[in-house]
Design a binder for this molecule. Structure first.
Ligand SMILES: [Zn+2]
Length: 135
């Protein structure tokens, strides 16, 4: 007889958060994009009636200067973690934790963005151009 399916609730919270972080990093290809890292702060496991087990994750995107200049600070642009990519990320988590049943990933608060002080945007390059020295 098959063992009962593995619930995300059976994992220690840190392990679940790490699995979500690993899946986002892979699905958003962050290992090949310098200066972009995600940190999963918290994952709540909920089971809405009649719906698949759902992970509600709080995620921070951290920008550091290795990625300078960035086009913007919009997580939608930098990560694009929605629609099909969010579905693929949920499926990646499912495989990582060894669950057979469907898993849904939600980001109820979107993605927070934080940046190091030396992070620059493309538009800064224009704004910071040295004025002509007329002496
Ligand atoms: Zn952008």
């Amino acid at each position: 007889m098959l063992a009962a399916d593995r619930s995300a609730k059976s994992l220690p919270p840190e392990e679940l958060a790490r699995a979500v972080q690993t899946a986002i990093t892979a699905q958003c290809d962050l290992d090949s994009r310098p200066g972009l890292r995600v940190r999963v702060r918290k994952v709540d496991v909920v089971e809405p009636i009649g719906k698949p087990q759902t992970l509600r994750a709080r995620v921070t995107l951290h920008l550091s200067a290795e990625g300078n200049p960035f086009c913007c600070m919009e997580p939608g642009c930098l990560l694009g973690l929605h629609a099909g990519r969010l579905v693929r990320t949920a499926d990646h988590v499912r495989r990582l934790i060894g669950r057979r049943g469907k898993l849904v990933l939600e980001l109820p608060e979107g993605v927070d963005v934080e940046k190091d002080p030396d992070v620059r945007l493309e538009m800064d390059a224009v704004a910071d151009e040295e004025p002509l020295d007329l002496d």
